[in-house]
Design a protein around this ligand. Structure first.
Ligand SMILES: Nc1nc2c(c(=O)[nH]1)N[C@H]1C(S)=C(S)[C@@H](COP(=O)(O)OP(=O)(O)OC[C@H]3O[C@@H](n4cnc5c(=O)[nH]c(N)nc54)[C@H](O)[C@@H]3O)O[C@H]1N2
Ligand SMILES: Nc1nc2c(c(=O)[nH]1)N[C@H]1C(S)=C(S)[C@@H](COP(=O)(O)OP(=O)(O)OC[C@H]3O[C@@H](n4cnc5c(=O)[nH]c(N)nc54)[C@H](O)[C@@H]3O)O[C@H]1N2
Ligand code: SF4
Ligand SMILES: [Mo]
Length: 728
């Protein structure tokens, strides 16, 4: 007799961490749906979450770790043996070359497994290496940098829930479910708010799923966001639409900003960005005359050449209009597995944002407020000399697919003396690794909502928009006969062998409401903790104890009215909207051309529903009869002009590289644009028919790490990239 049960859990397919219901048959998951008994997410579960079962049972999943053999092939290796060998190699490399020769990289799949990043980070840090990198610096690094430049508002930004205007620049949260619009069922939240009368402004060259809902949709030439935002600021200042009282009490740098945006008249920006002048004026007025709501953006805002500046100008708009929680108002999330909020309606002075720690040996880069510049890690591996990186441990990332300049990345991965890659499959990067460590995934391990809650550190309207907390226990055993390990246990095992201690990182909130601190705790390195004990330590000083959250198997809301206090008498800190680096960069924008002679089109970034960066595009449930590749989307009139038919191959050339794409018509695009998802393709560019169709092509071969890179984060231009296109 088959036994069927339904178990609550948390989806691990992306950072949104939706509560789900897992249908089990004889102890095996067979179907995943949204959890109707759970608050906050309203039973939302996207197609990727529904494909969780296929993800876990995928035939390509590694069921044991692999080691590269002398002839280049791979053979299974027991996990204990792998840890012994890797620890020995790390020790030998550090003894010979110093700690800086070891680096770590966290990719996107670090998110759903909250114990892994602190363990790997503290492993490398405890060994004395500062070389800890993450995908965040090739994603939206402008956020952390701009927030440090502005300063923090200790009561946090205004919430989506009570906004009457919202501005989304270069993001499509209805598909990406990444933030900007709270990622707890963003489509429903947006629909409800629009019904309530909230006005939506979207700035995107594509009529994306989000832009299609906007009251005002500005469709600029890609890469012109700083001039557009400067023009909106120009209108807000010249028409005195800002919150003068808030500015007088809490803001510095007004005169510098007003002077810097003076030349950016709506007419000037309209001509540059190819949008109607009146639309810029209307958008500025709509934003500034509303009462509550913020300007925010995602990858399109960051990847188009001025990440820090674009993020900073959006913060300037929010600050001029006083879009913060004020004294007497309650904060949206008082903290659940995070410590208690301590909101005060006052500013914290700007923080240092550049040259914060370790200096890199290339392009004058150093650690910034956004972390270590990942775009320069391949250089640090390839550049010989003192400090050269010779060993790399990767957690849930795929550099070959995702880092800018794929050829350089491939060369760097090949040059490493030790590449340890923790991945569920033989990904493009795994193919170049010395060891591939096979982890337990998804329902095989417990998780908790702390990971999504602390995304509030990343930006406005990331994290949890309500005081929701949930813990999900492991539901299933790993496949019979497998030899798998939880990611954190692997790092713990290495640390034990290297005889060093590990500690829990304490992340302080930089962009959101101020909170009480967490305790610094060393892990017990003799008696190995359980995952739950690790979670206890990571959520130490939480407002709601993890044990209490565990009492609610479907998750629960833990409301408490925590009210922002008035500014203290002795606070003289100000939010700075006149940062000199940003004002200087804005002055250069005035004379800059974002186009390039001979390269009449621009490539822009795009997320697709059936893929998650380099992952998930191999799941039949998601791909079905659809395209497993990344189409090169263009306006049909552009295709006609090039004489290219739907499904035909095109050659896409940037100043840096060349790839083949498969043309697809897309009427939602502004003309002159090629919109294409990243992280497709494989180690080599392979345009033989079958391969191009099944794998797609890597847009990062078109990206140069030297092109318009941000001088703080090192992130080069990865969207708004000038290209030329011809028929194959
Ligand atoms: N040109 C261009 N480049 C870009 C971007 C762009 O828009 N354009 N976007 C950038 C952005 S925003 C990002 S975040 C980066 C992404 O950069 P990365 O995070 O480096 O790339 P991913 O493809 O997300 O890598 C995820 C890896 O995790 C593995 N994985 C899946 N499940 C698990 C698991 O349960 N455990 C473990 N350990 N591994 C797992 C997958 O197989 C895959 O190899 O790419 C950046 N690069
Ligand atoms: N289904 C799915 N979801 C994902 C991912 C995925 O691969 N698939 N990836 C995840 C990751 S790692 C991240 S970081 C998030 C990213 O989340 P988003 O940033 O929302 O993802 P995109 O769809 O790339 O949206 C970027 C938008 O910016 C626009 N854009 C490009 N260039 C410019 C420009 O110069 N100016 C302006 N104004 N707009 C521009 C593009 O047309 C596009 O609509 O999504 C996450 N969610
Ligand atoms: S949005 Fe993310 S967490 Fe939610 S169901 Fe989809 S993949 Fe899972
Ligand atoms: Mo990302």
């Amino acid at each position: 007799m088959t036994i069927r049960t339904e178990q609550p859990s948390i989806c691990r397919m992306c950072h949104a961490a939706c509560p789900i219901t897992v249908e089990m048959e004889d102890g095996k998951p067979i179907k995943v749906t949204g959890n109707k008994a759970s608050p906050t997410y309203h039973a939302f579960c996207c197609s990727r979450g529904q494909a969780s079962v296929e993800h876990i049972n995928h035939p390509d999943r590694l069921l044991s770790s692999m080691k590269r053999q002398a002839d280049g092939s791979f053979a299974p290796i027991g996990i204990e043996q792998a840890m012994d060998e890797i620890a020995d190699k790390i020790k030998a490399l550090i003894d010979a070359n110093g700690p800086r020769s070891l680096a770590a990289y966290f990719g996107t799949y670090s998110g759903p497994y909250p114990a892994a990043p602190p363990m790997l980070g503290s492993l490398v840090a405890s060994l004395g290496s500062p070389m800890i990198f993450a995908s965040a610096t090739i994603d939206q690094p402008g956020k952390d940098i701009a927030n440090a430049m502005l300063g923090q508002w200790k009561a946090g930004p205004q919430a989506f829930a009570d906004a009457d205007v919202w501005l989304m620049l270069g993001g499509n949260p209805l598909v990406s479910i990444a933030g900007g619009i709270p990622s707890q069922n963003p489509a429903r939240r947006l629909t409800d708010k629009l019904k309530d009368g909230m006005k939506l402004i979207v700035i995107d060259p594509r009529r994306s799923e989000t832009a299609a809902r906007a009251h005002i949709h500005l469709r600029p030439t890609p890469g012109e966001d700083s001039s557009l935002l400067a023009a909106m600021l120009h209108v807000i200042i010249n028409e005195s639409l800002y919150d003068a009282a808030f500015v007088a009490d809490n803001v510095a740098g007004f005169a510098a900003l007003a002077a810097a945006v003076e030349v950016f008249s709506p007419a000037f920006a309209a001509a540059r960005a190819d949008v109607p002048e009146q639309q810029i004026i209307d958008a500025a007025r709509l934003f500034a005359t509303a009462k509550r709501g913020v300007a925010t953006g995602l990858t399109g805002a960051n990847m188009s050449g001025h990440s820090s500046l674009v993020e900073y100008l959006m913060l300037c708009m929010n600050t001029l209009c006083g879009r913060f929680v004020r004294a007497g108002e309650a904060v949206a999330n008082p903290g659940v597995l995070l410590p208690r909020a301590t909101p005060v309606a006052e500013a914290v002075a700007p923080a240092a944002y550049a040259n914060l720690g370790e200096k890199l040996r290339v392009r004058g880069l150093a650690q910034s407020a956004s972390g270590m510049p990942t775009a320069a890690l391949a250089d640090e591996i390839l550049l010989e000399g003192e400090g050269q990186v010779k060993a790399l441990i990767i957690n849930g990332g795929n550099p070959v697919a995702a880092w800018p300049d794929q050829e350089k990345t491939v060369a760097a991965m090949k040059a490493l003396e030790l590449l340890v890659h923790v991945d569920i499959k033989m990904s493009a990067t795994a193919k170049l690794a010395d060891y591939i460590i096979a982890p337990k995934v998804s329902f095989e391990v417990p998780t908790m909502s702390l990971a999504v809650e602390q995304l509030e550190n990343f930006s406005y309207h990331w994290g949890l928009c309500e005081p929701f907390g949930m813990y999900a226990p492991a539901l299933v055993e790993p496949p019979a006969g497998s030899d798998l390990i939880e990611e954190w246990e692997f790092y713990y095992g290495l640390a034990q062998r290297l005889d060093i201690g590990l500690f829990a990182y304490s992340l302080e909130s930089k962009t959101a409401t101020a909170r009480e601190g967490r305790d610094f705790v060393m892990f017990d390195m003799v008696n190995k903790p359980t995952t739950d004990e690790v979670f206890e330590i990571l959520s130490n000083r939480s407002r709601i104890p993890l044990t209490e959250v565990k009492q609610h198997p479907n998750g629960a809301l833990f409301p408490e009215a925590i009210i922002a206090q008035a500014r203290s008498q002795d606070c003289d800190a100000r939010l700075d909207i006149g940062n000199t680096d940003m004002m200087a960069e804005l002055a250069t924008v005035q004379h800059e051309t974002t186009g390039l002679a001979g390269y009449p089109y621009k490539l822009v970034c795009r997320r697709m529903k059936n893929a998650y960066n380099s992952s998930l595009r191999d799941l039949p449930k998601l791909v079905k009869t659809k395209r497993p590749y990344n189409p090169a989307f263009m306006h049909p009139d552009d295709l006609d002009e090039l004489g290219v038919g739907e499904g035909e191959n095109i050659v896409i050339t940037s100043i840096h590289g060349e790839i083949i794409g498969i043309a697809n018509a897309d009427k939602t695009l502004k003309r002159g644009i090629l919109s294409m998802a990243h992280a497709f393709g494989d180690v080599e560019q392979d345009d033989r028919n079958g391969s191009l169709f099944s794998n797609g092509s890597s847009t990062s071969r078109l990206v140069s790490t030297n092109d318009s890179y941000d001088r703080f984060s090192g992130m080069p231009r990865m969207s708004a990239l000038p290209i030329k296109i011809c028929k194959h």
